[in-house]
Design a protein around this ligand. Structure first.
Ligand SMILES: NC(=O)c1ccc[n+]([C@@H]2O[C@H](COP(=O)([O-])OP(=O)(O)OC[C@H]3O[C@@H](n4cnc5c(N)ncnc54)[C@H](OP(=O)(O)O)[C@@H]3O)[C@@H](O)[C@H]2O)c1
Length: 274
């Protein structure tokens, strides 16, 4: 996909953060944008902002309330969106959340919810939309994270969901090639969004220490890199240099990556006397 002008874009998780930035940027490049999330008021406000970013007034901007973890609701809502808006040329799965905590403090219910929103959510939207996308091809971007390729202290449930997204996407990519549907994965670093502010409230000190030296990205910058990579078709979209470096080190020298993280963790734990 080289041009977004006139393209139909669906963004679950498009009412905030990275999803909202991508929606605004795509609208500014001439796309018709449909966003989905649970909170109706935030959807309405986001749709108004996206509308203001449009390149021209003939572009459509729509929204529908949806919990992506609810398979039946996703089927119903996506069928309605396709009938009102048309089948998407581009699906960007951005809905997700993180509650970093020590493993011992993560309940089964939290783990279940994380998997249902982050992983099952993507499964649900892809199963609902791939059948109609097969008719004319398109692009699917699934949002994982840097912790989708390196396990980081404090993220046992979140990292499990984000690793799963990479495996799912790699496999789906292989299956959908023959239908001219490309699948890509976005792996953002720490990004300055409402979701990130929420995440910081429960983050263990060790987790903060690991990411202390990394620069926070803006969601608009992540969206710019995302669009550039949709144009080029790179499978793993890693928006920043730190992230790319970590990806290479983790693949080539996994023990070095572990050693560096362990140093930050030990420093915090020594300071606490354990
Ligand atoms: N920010 C970071 O540092 C960072 C780093 C790596 C990866 N990511 C990933 O990037 C994606 C976007 O994160 P963000 O920081 O931009 O988050 P955000 O500001 O909290 O936005 C999350 C969006 O997802 C929606 N959402 C959450 N749960 C949902 C559900 N069950 N059903 C439908 N929509 C749902 C939210 O709306 P409602 O709450 O109204 O439903 C909102 O529109 C997530 O997948 C996140 O894991 C973020």
């Amino acid at each position: 996909m080289k041009e977004f002008n006139g393209k139909i874009v669906f963004i679950p998780g498009g009412s905030s953060g990275i999803g909202l930035s991508a929606a605004k940027l795509l609208a500014s490049e001439g796309a018709h944008v449909m966003i989905f999330a649970r909170n109706n008021k935030r959807l309405e406000e986001a749709a108004a902002v996206i509308g203001q970013s449009r390149e021209n007034s003939t572009q459509r901007v729509g929204f529908l309330p949806l919990d992506v973890s609810d398979n039946a609701a996703v089927k119903k809502t996506m069928a309605r969106a396709v009938s009102d808006f048309g089948a998407p040329d581009l699906l960007i799965n951005c809905a997700g959340r993180a509650y970093p905590r020590y493993f011992a403090n993560i309940s089964y219910e939290q783990f279940d919810e994380t998997m249902r929103i982050n992983m099952y959510g993507i499964w649900n939207t892809c199963s609902a939309l791939v059948p109609c996308m097969k008719e004319h091809g398109g692009v699917i971007v699934n949002t994982s994270s840097m912790v989708g390729f390196i396990g980081v202290f404090g993220y046992t449930d979140y990292s499990a969901s984000k690793f799963a997204i990479v495996g799912f996407s790699e496999t789906l990519k292989s299956e959908l090639k023959r239908y001219d549907i490309r699948v890509q994965v976005l792996c953002p670093p720490d990004t300055d969004t409402p979701g990130f502010a929420e995440e910081n409230k429960t983050k263990p000190e060790e987790t903060k220490a690991i990411s202390a030296s990394a620069k926070l990205m803006s969601p608009d910058d992540v969206a710019r890199v995302l669009l550039r990579n949709i144009r080029t078709g790179t499978f793993m979209i890693i928006p920043n240099l730190d992230g790319k470096f970590t990806y290479i080190i983790k693949r080539l020298f996994p023990r070095l990556a572990e050693f560096v993280m362990d140093m930050s963790i030990r420093k915090v734990q020594k300071g606490r006397g354990r």
